[in-house]
Structures are given as C-alpha cells and as structure tokens.
Ligand binder design. Structure first.
Ligand code: SF4
Length: 280
C-alpha cells in the first residue's frame, strides 16, 4: 500500500520544529547538566552549569531562543519506501517551513553566501539529509547547528595503521585545541569509517542520540566512555572556566571503510544541544 503525504502537511511541521527546537532544550540535556553539577569539582564550573540551566529555563518559559545563534537549519528525513509525496517539491516544502519558523519564532537567520557573506535573509536553504527506510511514515528531525561548535568540527583521513589509539588521540586533541570556542560542555559526535563524507554524516547523526544512550556494541560503548573520561581531564570546563565537565557525552558511530582508509569525523555540539523530531 502506498501512503500519500502532501507537502502541505510537511511545511507546518517543519515550522513548529524550528521554533520548538530553539526554545526548548531537551529534558535529557537538562538532566545531564543537572547531574554534571553533582560530579563537577570546581565551584565556578558548578555555577556556570547552574547558569546554563537557568538560561534554558528562561528560554522555555518566555518562549525565546536558548542562544542568539539559532543555527543553520539541518534536517534529517527518514522516508518510508511506501510513501508518495504529493502536491509539490519536498525540498521547497521544508525550506518554506524553515522560512516561516525562523520568521514567526523571531529566530536569528544565520545562512549566508559563503564568499560575499550576504545573508540569504530567511535561513534557507536547509541542509537536508534523506534516508529511505521501510514503512509508510516520514520522520523529520530538525537540528539547528550553531556556528561556534560546528567550526571546531573536523574530518581526517587517518592511516589505517593509526587504529583506535590514533582515533582517540585525534578526537581528544580536537577538543583540547577547541578550548572554549564550542561553548562547552559539549557533546562529541564521532564517525568512524565509510568514506570522507559518510564519516561526517555519521558524526552528525551521533550527536542526535539521547543523552546516556550508549552504542549497542559494548566495545564501542567502552571507547565512548574512555574518550569522555580523557576529555574531562583536560580541565577546559563549562564555557572554558575550568573544571571537570568539558563534555557531557561522547557518541560514536562506525561503519566499514576502504582497506586503504580510516576516515574519522568529529562533530562538536555545544551545550545548546537542540533537536526535535516528528513522525507523520
Ligand atoms: S556554539 Fe552553541 S551555545 Fe555557543 S554561540 Fe553557537 S549556538 Fe550558541
């Protein structure tokens, strides 16, 4: 059975996701910040974490963005193979949702021409990643991405012999060199394998995970925790004020790669770890 979904249904959903993601930090992130206060060793860092929670609460109550940087509009779509999209162009429908969401939610528009730096005016075009999956539904994940954290992200093509130690060194050094730039405490997404571009998408998808959700492979779950511990010994701390909470989470995704390659991507997410999703 083919299920029809009209583009007219998609635009308002995207609009609402833009506003919701920018106003309401996820409960899982809030509770991770709460837990961090308990284990953090520095009094200044504890205070900064309290301020981050207060900031998120004000945003939620007063319906204002968590951060002045309301991000570039990143959209992950999982489209069921039994879905037929009707009534127009899917990409146009999503961009219209972004346009309306950023305008009606009073969200800062950050999309610009890469060279002239002229603002596109409406935060479009969205960055849209599409995956075709079994079924007859469409999952839309909206994940606005701030520039400060995104700028600290990297892709590296390591020598295959670098192995897991090479991966750990690269990731930890990346976070060390990033210092306070990505507005810590961060969530570190790691993509290992695939090709150059696939590793980056894996790293970006990794940061969408629920806080506390480990990779189902126990070996990879252990690597996530090992890297997190090492990062939290760097002393950068919340917003760079020093402390033991530099990152809240490390999430790792891995896929097979070419025998001659070891692609590695690190996508850094700031404390304003925004993403919301809907299934239609
Ligand atoms: S990195 Fe995140 S918290 Fe910092 S300014 Fe950008 S969006 Fe805001």
């Amino acid at each position: 059975m083919i299920r029809e979904i009209s583009v007219d249904e998609i635009t308002p959903v995207v609009k609402q996701l833009c506003i919701d993601a920018n106003y309401n930090l996820g409960e899982d992130v809030l509770s991770a910040l709460d837990k961090a206060i308990e284990v953090e060793e520095s009094p200044t860092a504890k205070e900064v974490l309290r301020e981050l929670i207060a900031n998120a609460s004000i945003a939620r109550e007063e319906k204002v963005p968590i951060c002045q940087d309301c991000g570039l509009a990143v959209v992950f779509l999982e489209i069921g193979q039994d879905v037929h999209i009707t009534g127009g162009d899917l990409k146009d429908a999503i961009n219209e949702g972004v346009r309306q969401g950023y305008e009606q939610g009073y969200l800062r528009r950050s999309a610009c021409h890469p060279l002239s730096r002229k603002n596109t005016g409406d935060n479009t075009p969205a960055i849209i990643h599409v995956e075709i999956v079994p079924g007859e539904t469409m999952k839309i994940v909206f994940a606005p991405k701030g520039g400060g954290a995104e700028n600290m992200s990297r892709v590296a093509m390591l020598a295959p012999a670098a192995g897991i130690e090479g991966v750990k060194d690269f990731v930890v050094n990346r976070i060390k060199e990033s210092g306070s730039n990505p507005c810590p405490p961060t969530i570190v997404g790691i993509g290992i394998g695939g090709t150059f571009e696939r590793s980056a998408i894996l790293a970006k998808k990794a940061i969408l995970r629920e806080m506390g959700e480990r990779n189902p492979d126990p070996e990879l779950a252990k690597i996530e925790q090992d890297i997190l511990k090492t990062i939290n010994r760097l002393g950068i701390g919340p917003m760079g004020y020093g402390g033991t909470t530099t990152s809240l989470e490390v999430f790792l995704e891995m896929e097979p790669c070419h025998i001659a390659s070891l692609p590695l991507a690190v996508n850094v997410q700031c404390h304003a770890a925004r993403h919301k999703e809907t299934v239609i």
